[in-house]
Unconditional design. Structure first.
Length: 255
């Protein structure tokens, strides 16, 4: 387990400055929120953390590891997993299959196990048991053998979260986990996120537009606007911050 620390992170796309000197700290064991209007740079920041994108300036460390020197594959091996704003599942496969696919970081162990058939079978059973545990944790026990494309959108969001959890992360990056979900689905996912953090001991960095979720599960929140930090603090501090109200919360209240 380790802290995630981003300092002075900047990203330019041609002449467009997507991120400018962004600072975010995610202490071990916490749920930290990252909010801001559309186009504020939140997903770009996530892409820098998961190494789908390189930053032009700044440092990103996880414990004593410099994430800028890591490949996306090695990020997963360090214990960092993420979900995506837009669902990207294997829609023609089952919930179980999608969760098992998330266990790719353990494929090396599976290859070693195939040197003996009993070892391979034990490893396969172990992976299946873990996938079933994840499905139960996410409230999908009865859907585990269902084809993903036949499931409601809210359940599909849980499948993506399950695939990320299958990598056994210590740090989970959640990119809008309740986007497109109804009120009941959002309430259930709030409970699940809390359980992942509290019961599974997984640190979480959460990007989300649903302020009811952010304010209920996050202990500390960072706010971006036009790629820059404009505020940080507790939920109460963020809700009363004039700059945040002007840039973002006012927009939320008007919606």
């Amino acid at each position: 387990m380790a802290n995630l620390m981003a300092k002075g992170v900047s990203v330019h796309f041609g002449g467009v400055r997507a991120l400018s000197d962004v600072n975010v700290e995610v202490p071990e064991g916490s749920i930290i929120g990252l909010i801001g209007p559309n186009g504020a740079g939140k997903t770009t920041f996530f892409n820098c953390l998961s190494r789908f994108l390189s930053c032009d300036k700044g440092t990103i460390t996880y414990g004593d590891k410099d994430l800028r020197r890591c490949s996306p594959h090695n990020i997963v091996r360090l214990g960092i997993a993420r979900t995506f704003q837009n669902i990207n599942l294997f829609k023609t496969r089952t919930v179980l299959d999608n969760i098992l696919i998330g266990m790719h970081r353990h494929i090396g162990n599976l290859v070693s196990a195939t040197l003996s058939l009993p070892g391979a079978l034990r490893h396969e059973r172990s992976m299946r048991r873990r996938a079933e545990e994840i499905a139960e944790l996410l409230g999908m026990k009865t859907e585990i053998n269902e084809i993903v494309r036949n499931l409601p959108y809210g359940i599909q969001k849980r499948v993506e979260m399950g695939r990320a959890l299958a990598a056994e992360p210590q740090l989970l990056l959640l990119d809008e986990p309740v986007a497109g979900c109804n009120e009941e689905e959002t309430s259930e996912l709030c409970k699940i996120v809390y359980s992942i953090n509290h019961d599974q001991k997984i640190t979480i960095l959460l990007v989300e537009h649903d302020m009811s979720m952010v304010m209920s599960v996050c202990k500390y929140i960072y706010v971006l606007d036009f790629g820059k930090n404009i505020a940080e603090g507790t939920p109460a501090e963020i809700q009363s911050n004039p700059a945040v109200i002007e840039a973002y919360l006012g927009e939320q209240n008007a919606a």
